[in-house]
Design a protein around this ligand. Structure first.
Ligand code: PGA
Length: 265
């Protein structure tokens, strides 16, 4: 059990026997500010070196405070995103970009509309392509990531199904960006957003497990009691495609950033 002092400062990560570093903050607010600071510092370091910073971004309620802090840093601390290229993890399929639940729209409203990232440097899987073209779109998405030089830092949430991106249980270690079926728990968790489970799409486009594991740094954020059990399982079960987040145990630079209520278990 972490002491209160450790929870407050989270000065050092706790290295779990799985090899995953776990940083526990007292609140999700503190955790979000810490991760925003890490992102800002990487962007500035790359800029000073005359290089792009390639960010892998996530949607959902978990990273919202990270994005609002990045917006604040842009406004008040002249953090520029001019050298940032972003790749989002996933998108519902099919979905229009104007739709309230579209991840494209989520990213515009919560981050991109408020910072100076160049529109041509923003990449979100396209939920509007035709079924016939979706596979080619997924290949092209992978190609763009490779051409950008690979992802420097990938932000992840975790679903109660154990998914990362929309890689649901059963996803292969070697999977790449593709069209997937959404798991029943994931659809039920999204039911509120869609005013009823019947309206939740059954499919999505997601970066694959291998796409995520190819990122140079991976930071998984999990807040609140409802994520405690799945986070514990991701750390403790042996690596298995039944729990896609467990694949992170084999990544060399991964941290789980959790708050005290998530760390409770
Ligand atoms: P949440 O979703 O941040 O809304 O909890 C996380 C996820 O499903 O990856």
């Amino acid at each position: 059990m972490l002491t209160t002092q450790r929870l407050m400062t989270a000065a050092k990560p706790n290295v779990h026997p799985s090899g995953i570093r776990v940083r526990t903050y007292r609140t999700s607010e503190q955790a979000s500010l810490a991760i925003a600071t890490e992102i800002a510092s990487l962007i500035r370091k790359r800029r000073a070196a005359g290089r792009h910073c390639i960010l892998g971004l996530a949607t959902g309620s978990t990273p919202l405070r990270v994005y609002s802090e990045l917006v604040r840093m842009h406004r008040q601390e002249s953090l520029s995103f001019i050298n940032v290229v972003s790749f989002n993890l996933d998108e519902y399929f099919p979905i229009s970009r104007e739709s309230r639940q579209s991840y494209f729209r989520f990213m515009q409203e919560n981050l991109f509309d408020h910072i100076d990232i160049l529109p041509e440097n923003v990449n979100v899987p396209d939920g509007t392509v035709s079924a016939a073209k979706v596979q080619a779109h997924c290949h092209a998405y992978e190609k763009r990531i490779a051409e950008a030089g690979g992802i420097d830092l990938q932000i992840l949430g975790i679903g109660r199904s154990g998914h990362i991106g929309f890689n649901e249980p059963g996803s292969d270690r070697g999977s790449r960006t593709r069209l997937v079926q959404l798991n029943a728990m994931t659809r039920s968790d999204a039911a509120n957003d869609f005013s009823g489970i019947a309206n939740v799409p059954t499919q999505a486009i997601t970066m694959g497990v291998d796409t995520i594991l190819s990122a140079r740094r991976v930071r998984l954020l999990a807040f609140g009691e409802r994520k405690a059990r799945i986070v514990q399982r991701a750390l403790q079960t042996s690596v298995s495609k039944q729990l896609p987040a467990s694949f992170l145990q084999n990544h060399g630079d991964v941290e789980f950033i959790v708050d005290a209520s998530c760390a409770g278990e």
